[in-house]
Design a protein around this ligand. Structure first.
Ligand SMILES: [Zn+2]
Length: 122
């Protein structure tokens, strides 16, 4: 699987059906420990966001670092960096999609993860 094809995966509890993200040892609802992997989807919606003017060491972008909480159609909430050029494009309810990329550098190593970009650029 290439980097571009990475999908965000949630962990659906076999006990109660809750989709946990990120992976946890026990389900947050029923404490179950058996999960099946499910794709979270290609599109999510911005629920809330914050702008960090003093980003953590190792963040290579220009401040502010934009962090958001997004919601997938299956109800899963996830937090991540927003790959959005201008803070003015931050709108609650904006449609986003997960993309895989470099988040920051820690101890000289690049740390990768999912961030979110607008599905439509205006
Ligand atoms: Zn459960």
């Amino acid at each position: 699987m290439s980097e571009e094809e990475r999908k965000m995966i949630g962990f659906k509890c076999k006990g109660c059906g809750r989709i946990n993200y990120p992976k946890r040892a026990r389900c947050l609802t029923c404490k179950g420990m058996e999960f099946e992997e499910v794709e979270l989807g290609e599109e999510c919606e911005l629920v809330t966001y914050t702008q960090v003017y003093n980003p953590p060491a190792g963040y290579k972008g220009d401040p502010p670092l934009m962090l958001g909480i997004v919601k997938f159609p299956n109800g899963v909430l996830a937090m991540g960096q927003l790959a959005i050029d201008h803070p003015k494009d931050l709108k609650l309810g904006a449609k986003l999609r997960p993309i895989w990329g470099m988040l920051r550098e820690i101890g000289g190593k690049e740390v990768f993860g999912f961030k979110f970009e607008l599905t439509k650029k205006e």
